[in-house]
Design a binder for this molecule. Structure first.
Ligand code: BYC
Length: 333
């Protein structure tokens, strides 16, 4: 962490105690070069701040929208134990959204602004949550593959240059690890079950594989933000590097389950020491993130409805806080 006593309020006149603009930039660049954390009170370039608000808020929205496909299965979980586990996982995701909105707020934006942008269809959230969860096996595939991809992407974010984001990610990753295991456990139970159950697991893998491979974002040659965010130490590994790591880690897990990954071109490349994979249908990816995936409209409508239905809770919490603020000041007097 580096700190400087710099007043960031707009309209503040520079004083002799304040470092000159060039010094502030050099201090920021030195902190990045030395791999120190940037904290909310530190000076930072506007582009760095905006990039973090964009990425952290997209991440928060993904967690909250990501509760919907699973929420759909709580009442249909096959046993009380599975229901309790699924409920706990979904609750964790709500919590991840809250840590992330709080981290974004340290950058001078309000949670209301961020949520309004999501509801107005202006803010992105992960493409993966625009696909439907059709069977119980999808709860397994989401945990195994979606949370598996999330861990791959998020572990390097624990070393992100922005302190509040990096610290939020440490706790999130611990919970994601439990999420991934519960998904694999559902898949394992299905694969050891009847032929119909195993076929259900295969069908879920067939439908989720390519959307999960796309979750890591466009290939490095098409990724508009990667070069700058990696230079700033926000992203530590590129989209393609993370995608490759995910595929390499997941193929042996599919083999253990006895499932076939739906990619005829997938094979081990001895020379590269990695799996080669077939072409990704990027036209599908862009269509989904531009709002035309199988469930985009349904997901957004569900979020807007939940927010409207929760208005009375926010009003009651504010009224309660105002009443207690009055009591506290009377007690202090
Ligand atoms: N979906 O230049 P690029 C979870 C956008 S939730 C939608 O490579 P960047 C879970 C990208 O935003 C986990 N949009 O961008 C929850 C950009 O558009 P804008 C979610 C995508 O930022 C519940 C444009 O494409 N994880 O695990 O360098 C249940 C160009 O891309 C996607 C995070 O949010 C996508 N998949 O890299 C279960 C992790 N990919 O903003 C599980 C944090 C790209 O210019 N985020 N775009 O309009 C990141 O690591 C990075 O932001 C990304 C993209 C790798 C996603």
């Amino acid at each position: 962490m580096y700190t400087q006593a710099i007043d960031l309020k707009p309209g503040t006149e520079p004083t002799a105690a304040m470092p000159a603009p060039g010094d502030r930039e050099r201090a920021f660049e030195a902190a990045i070069a030395d791999d120190r954390r940037i904290e909310p009170q530190d000076w930072m370039p506007e582009g760095y701040r905006k990039t973090l608000v964009r990425q952290i808020s997209q991440h928060a929205h993904s967690e909250v929208v990501g509760m919907l496909p699973e929420g759909n299965w709580v009442t249909r979980a096959p046993s009380l134990r599975r229901k309790a586990i699924l409920l706990a996982k979904i609750q964790d995701e709500g919590g991840h959204g809250l840590y992330l909105y709080a981290a974004a707020e340290t950058l001078g934006v309000s949670r209301e602004e961020l949520v309004d942008a999501l509801h107005a269809g202006k803010a992105k959230y992960s493409s993966i949550f625009n696909y439907p969860a059709l069977t119980w096996a999808d709860m397994g595939a989401i945990g195994w593959l979606v949370d598996g991809a999330a861990i791959m992407n998020q572990v390097p974010l624990c070393r992100c240059s922005y302190g509040p984001y990096a610290r939020a990610m440490i706790r999130i990753c611990k919970e994601e690890s439990f999420h991934q295991r519960q998904g694999f456990d559902i898949m394992l139970a299905l694969c050891r079950g009847t032929p119909a159950q195993k076929a259900m697991a295969q069908d879920a893998l067939d439908r989720w594989w390519w959307p999960v491979v796309m979750m890591f974002g466009p290939s490095d040659s098409e990724s508009i933000h990667s070069a700058q965010t990696m230079r700033w130490g926000i992203k530590r590994l590129s989209n393609d590097e993370l995608r490759q790591r995910f595929i390499d880690a997941t193929v042996p897990q599919a083999e253990l389950l006895g499932l076939r990954i739906p990619d005829p071109a997938l094979r081990w490349n001895e020379a590269r020491g990695h799996y080669d994979h077939g072409p990704i249908d990027w036209s599908e990816f862009w269509r989904v993130i531009e709002g035309d995936g199988p469930c985009n409209r349904e997901r957004l409508a569900a979020r807007v409805r939940a927010h409207e239905n929760g208005a009375w809770v926010r009003e009651a919490a504010l009224a309660h806080a105002a009443r207690h603020a009055g009591t506290d000041s009377r007690e202090a007097a």
